[in-house]
Write a protein that binds this ligand. Sequence first.
Ligand code: PLP
Length: 396
Amino acid sequence: MYEGLKEQLVANLEEIRGAGLYKYEREIDSAQQSHIESNNRELLNFCANNYLGLANDPRVIAAAKAELDERGFGVASVRFICGTQDIHKELELEVSRFLETDDTILFSSCFDANGGVFEALFNEQDAIISDELNHASIIDGIRLSKAVRFRYKNRDMLDLERCLQEAQSSRNRIIVTDGIFSMDGYLAPLVEICELAQKYNAIVMVDDSHAVGLLGVGGKGTPELAGVGHLVDIYTGTFGKALGGAAGGYVSGRKEIIEFLRQKARPYLFSNSLAPAIVAGSLAAIKIAADPVEGVRLREKLHANASYFRTKMTEAGFDLLEGQHPIIPVMFGDAQVAGRIASNMFENGVYVTAFSFPVVPKDKARIRVQLSASHSFEDIDACVGAFVDARSKASL
Ligand SMILES: *Cc1c(COP(=O)(O)O)cnc(C)c1O
């Protein structure tokens, strides 16, 4: 009975390969850090979301190991049956304290957090207004809700205002944006978004997955950086990037919203609780990020690394997108060239990833470099050297 579907899939896979869009997975046989191993070869890693270098931090590992002994491997339940341990509440409290919000609810991932939030809170009487470049999980989450949908051009405030005007007859309006757009490293214009939200009586939701822990003096993310933390009603984010890099996500914000989500958010109600070791490791990671000495030290190192890379690459004549985020796109335009350069760098022991259409616009192919606090200036010099070397070979 499978024959029909099989034939179709084989043909579709062939199409994907033919279009050069097939995603291959490289196997890494070491822990996630700036120096990794793949096929017994050492590589410098410049494409992880391990912004603070906490994915393999001894303090995080020790906390996770201790909880593995104390609270076991798994909880074998959802939160509202018998899957809530003291440490789940402790992590929720720590996120709320860190973001200065009323309350927080954990999910298995930020994908699930975004998948649960819209369907639970909004119906056909409401309007959801979303940036066109928002993360896939936001797009999917919005699809699950019956609300009226509006989409505005990336960071275009005139277009957002048009949507707000068109949505005036709805019961509630929510503006939702990524804090950081991950292909460019661009910041959402949160000051302007919050002003428009005030003017048109809308609530604001920010998915700060690429910024929580690393942007803002206190590491609270893009709302802190923009000075609008108190105007954001709903925060979502992940523990899978700067905050330890393991797994888990959250929705944080207004008291009643979180209370309602505990009653109604389907990925919360019908999916297993986060495992104790992951909760404890994430808790250790967020405490490090929140620490006025250690958090600040890691962020200073991360941003010093990012600006060192920017300076060296600009001196070497590369075209970078401007910005203040450790996502730094090196622009090549041509997809073939970007791909060749990334492969050549890999041969030379530097792991970076090329992105081209349809992930980014046609003729905007790039290599997206991501800095970490765990990189040294020597690592960055080696990366820049590999770019220069690969460029000279790619133009031959
Ligand atoms: C990475 C990311 C997610 C997904 O987070 P997970 O916890 O890995 O599911 C969601 N939203 C944004 C903006 C992200 O960058």
